[in-house]
Structure formats: structure tokens, C-alpha cells
Design a binder for this molecule. Structure first.
Ligand code: FES
Length: 194
């Protein structure tokens, strides 16, 4: 996990926006306290990576086309657990989009096979490592695939969907990672596997 967290910082800095105003103070990170992320800087289709409790947290602004793809039969037929029957998410993200708000995905970027950081390939394209790619995540270590809700494909090494961390929206432009909505008690320790 230490290796992963270190790698995540590097990858986030190079490949994905890691907006400086989102970086929490070092003492906040060390304490594992919730962190606030300003959503106003994340464009549709864009992903940012932040660290919470030394875990890479992937926050994606999913455009309407991506949300349509999540509901398509073609995509669902690919998936091992399309209805999130395995509790890899809090109760408020137990839905087809695995999130609180449909457009915002908030996922723990730790592959459920052996813990690598999955790469973000959001656009259906033939210019990806996989032919006829519908958009989603591809793990560079052993090829596990996930959709843009973190739902794992069939017949890949990873057994479970990507975890969803506790989070909520204290206001429309902010996501607070590490804290449940009011009156909800849930912990990442409640999932099957991280
Ligand atoms: S760690 Fe992701 S496929 Fe093995």
C-alpha cells in the first residue's frame, strides 16, 4: 500500500490534473481526516486524483454519454456484478451509477486483484490497448477492466468492483471525501475487499 500510495502521487501529478488548490495540508492527510475537493475546476470527462488516507481517490465528471453507456445492455453484458450485489460501496451508492450524484463518480483507485492503480480511458475508441473499448478503466498490471462506475468486467483477474469511499456533498461545488452524508454510519472497513 505504501508503494501504491507513492506511485499514485507521481501518476496523479503527471498524467491527471492534480489541482493545487485541492491539495489538503500535510497534517490533514496524515490524520486521515476528510478532504474537500472543489468540483468547479473539473470539466465534463475529466478525472482528478486526490489522496485520502494514503489511498488514490478518483473523481470523475461523467458526461451524459458516459452515463448512457453505463446503462447500455452492451456494457452491462460485460460486467461481473452490474447491480453491485457485493457490498463494495456505501448504501447511498448502491445504485446503477454507484454514486450519490449521477454525474460524479468517486472511487478508490485500487484494483481489487492485487492493488494496482487502474488507468483512465474514458472514451470509446480503437486507439486504446483493448479493441472496441467502450470507455472505463484498464488495469496496467494484469488487464482487469472496469466501467466508469468502477464495475468490474467478467473474465478478468479482479474479483470485485472498485470500492467507493464514504463521501458527501456539503455544497453543490464541493465533495467531501472521507465523511458520510448526515445520519449515515458507514466505514470503508465494511466492504468485502479493498
Ligand atoms: S492488479 Fe489489477 S489486474 Fe492485477
Amino acid at each position: 500500500m505504501i508503494t501504491l500510495a507513492t506511485a499514485a502521487v507521481g501518476v496523479g501529478a503527471v498524467a491527471w490534473p492534480f489541482i493545487s488548490s485541492m491539495e489538503p495540508a500535510a497534517d490533514t492527510l496524515a490524520a486521515g481526516a476528510p478532504i474537500d475537493v472543489d468540483l468547479s475546476q473539473i470539466e465534463p470527462g475529466q478525472q482528478v486524483l486526490v489522496l485520502w488516507q494514503e489511498k488514490p481517490i478518483l473523481i470523475v465528471n461523467r458526461p451524459p454519454a458516459a452515463l448512457q453507456a453505463l446503462q447500455s445492455k452492451a456494457m452491462i453484458d460485460h460486467l461481473s456484478d452490474p447491480n453491485s450485489k457485493v457490498p463494495q460501496q456505501p448504501p447511498y451508492a448502491d445504485n446503477w451509477h454507484r454514486s450519490v450524484q449521477t454525474e460524479w463518480a468517486v472511487l478508490v483507485g485500487i484494483c481489487t486483484h492485487l492493488g494496482c492503480l487502474p488507468d483512465y480511458f474514458p472514451n470509446p475508441s480503437k486507439n486504446t490497448p483493448v479493441a472496441d473499448w467502450p470507455g472505463g478503466y484498464l488495469c496496467p498490471c494484469h488487464g482487469s477492466k472496469y466501467d466508469l462506475a468502477g464495475r468490474v468486467w467478467k473474465n478478468v483477474p479482479a474479483p470485485y468492483n472498485l470500492p467507493v469511499p464514504p463521501y458527501h456533498f456539503p455544497d453543490p461545488k464541493t465533495v467531501r471525501v472521507g465523511q458520510n452524508p448526515p445520519r449515515v454510519t458507514w466505514s470503508l472497513n465494511d466492504i468485502v475487499q479493498i
